[in-house]
Unconditional design. Structure first.
Length: 222
């Protein structure tokens, strides 16, 4: 049966000669896997751009609960990026966020608020001209609420900040203000903050493991 839904691309892997299997966080069905045929052939170069990290899509998909991998009938990009693909700082942020999202979000029924948060945050990042250096930290802080372990007035995280000799008020300021709010952080403090927040995430996701994109992100912003 065909269904219309919005989706946010997380990642894809190559499949056979010219196809891919893509993980898409959908508004209607949560995290889903789809096989897309012939998308890597020479005649389909433009199509692969639709499946880059965090691309926002309009989809018509086949959906069967009993099937692990479904198929896409129609797809188009409903919010083309203007700056993310050509800005190395923003593209590094999106790769980092994609890795975190892929490791923390699982199939779930109630996805509306989470989907809206992620989609709106991505579009804000694409449109910000300044003050996006702390975006990834703000994103993780705000995301934690939707994942069920929000950081506001969290004693566990506050203790962690004390151990790292970081003012917990900085995290509250980042968390309680919109993306793009100016908080002057030097590279060293930004590194300590993101490491502390990831450590906090690992308390709740034991399988989070190594965040491979973090070293690139820290190098870009340090």
């Amino acid at each position: 049966m065909l269904h219309k839904t919005q989706g946010i691309v997380f990642k894809y892997i190559k499949y056979r000669d010219s196809s891919i299997i893509v993980n898409i966080f959908t508004e209607k069905f949560g995290l889903q896997s789809y096989i897309v045929n012939s998308v890597r052939s020479k005649s389909a170069k433009s199509k692969i751009a639709l499946f880059q990290p965090l691309t926002c899509l309009e989809l018509v998909v086949y959906h069967k609960e009993s099937t692990d991998i479904n198929r896409i009938s129609e797809v188009r990009c409903n919010h083309p990026f203007h700056s993310i693909p050509i800005n190395i700082q923003k593209s590094s942020i999106t790769l980092f966020l994609t890795e975190i999202l892929h490791k923390t979000i699982r199939e779930q029924n109630d996805t509306d608020d989470l989907f809206t948060f992620i989609q709106q945050a991505i579009l804000v990042l694409d449109n910000l001209n300044t003050d996006y250096e702390n975006f990834h930290i703000q994103f993780l802080l705000k995301l934690s609420k939707y994942l069920g372990f929000g950081v506001s007035e969290n004693n566990e995280l506050e203790s962690l900040m004390e151990e790292a000799k970081i003012d917990f008020g900085i995290l509250n300021e980042l968390n309680n203000n919109p993306f793009g709010h100016h908080v002057p952080l030097n590279g060293n403090l930004r590194l300590r903050l993101i490491n502390a927040v990831i450590y906090y995430y690992k308390h709740h996701y034991g399988s989070l493991g190594e965040i491979k994109s973090l070293s690139v992100l820290n190098e870009v912003f340090h």
